[in-house]
Design a protein around this ligand. Structure first.
Ligand code: PEP
Ligand code: MN
Length: 251
């Protein structure tokens, strides 16, 4: 089954790349343009950030929505953004092309119903402690609202390994092929937690047949307001995208 976000088709044999900074910052339009120039197919445009504590930057919020409009107009690329509750879903409609449900929200049934009812494609991340069937149960909440356009995103799970931020469960791709028709993509950034491990994990994902990638990028990674350790720069993003395309041609 294919799910499209703008012109990007997930599930067709290609591996479109969703990229951009972890969070929308005041210079977002330049960041989005850099990701577009590097070859990204869909932009990350997260204005609400679920953080591990309330004392950390929580995203620019509603005031950043005009930046999404400008980035979309300038690059011509579709944008995906993460709502944290149903009010955010309403606020984002008309300004984004798809919703991202973060790992922390995978079990929020009301939010899943809200994005289901909104009708836009949904990238559904796996909770760091969800079985495949629990993850698919969350996808069913979205589909039960009449929205079939769900893309599953493996972003790493919690294990005894502490070197990486999360443990990328690469088996998710072949295993889910036996359980669902939905496209499955990989987020190597939140799995790695460190920028030099993003490329190998991304390529591993493509090698096992992932239908796409979500990669955090920033023109000056160390200046990212959130998740700076795992952001890759524009040259690294271009290299990653070119390598993914070359792998898809030969596979
Ligand atoms: C994110 O995509 O920036 C994010 C918060 O990821 P996750 O929900 O996978 O932790
Ligand atoms: Mn992030």
């Amino acid at each position: 089954m294919n799910v499209t976000i703008g012109a990007a088709v997930f599930g067709s044999g290609a591996a479109p790349v969703i990229s951009g900074p972890c969070s929308v910052e005041p210079d977002y339009v330049r960041h989005a343009q850099a990701a577009a120039d590097a070859g990204a197919d869909v932009l990350r445009g997260c204005v609400f950030k679920p953080r591990s504590g309330p004392d950390r930057f929580q995203g620019m919020g509603l005031e950043a929505i005009p930046l999404l409009d400008e980035a979309r107009a300038r690059t011509g690329l579709p944008i995906l953004s993460e709502p944290l509750d149903s009010a955010d879903v309403e606020a984002l409609i008309g300004h984004v092309d798809a919703f991202l449900i973060g790992a922390r929200s995978m079990r929020n049934a009301r939010l899943l119903q809200a994005v289901g009812a909104a009708g836009l494609p949904v990238v559904l991340k796996r909770s760091f402690a969800a079985t495949y069937d629990e993850w698919l149960g969350s996808a069913d909440y979205i589909r039960a609202e009449g929205n079939p356009n769900v893309i599953l995103c493996e972003r790493g799970i919690r294990t005894f390994i502490t070197e990486t931020r999360n443990t990328l469960d690469i088996a998710a791709v072949p295993v889910l092929r036996t359980k669902t028709e939905l496209p499955v993509i990989i987020d190597p950034s939140h799995a790695a937690g460190r920028r030099d491990w993003v490329l190998p994990l991304a390529l591993a994902g493509v090698a096992v047949g992932a239908d796409g990638l979500v990669v955090e990028s920033h023109p000056v990674p160390d200046e990212s307001w959130t998740d700076c350790d795992q952001a890759i720069d524009s040259a690294a993003l271009r290299h990653l995208i070119e390598t993914v395309k070359a792998m898809r041609v030969v596979s």
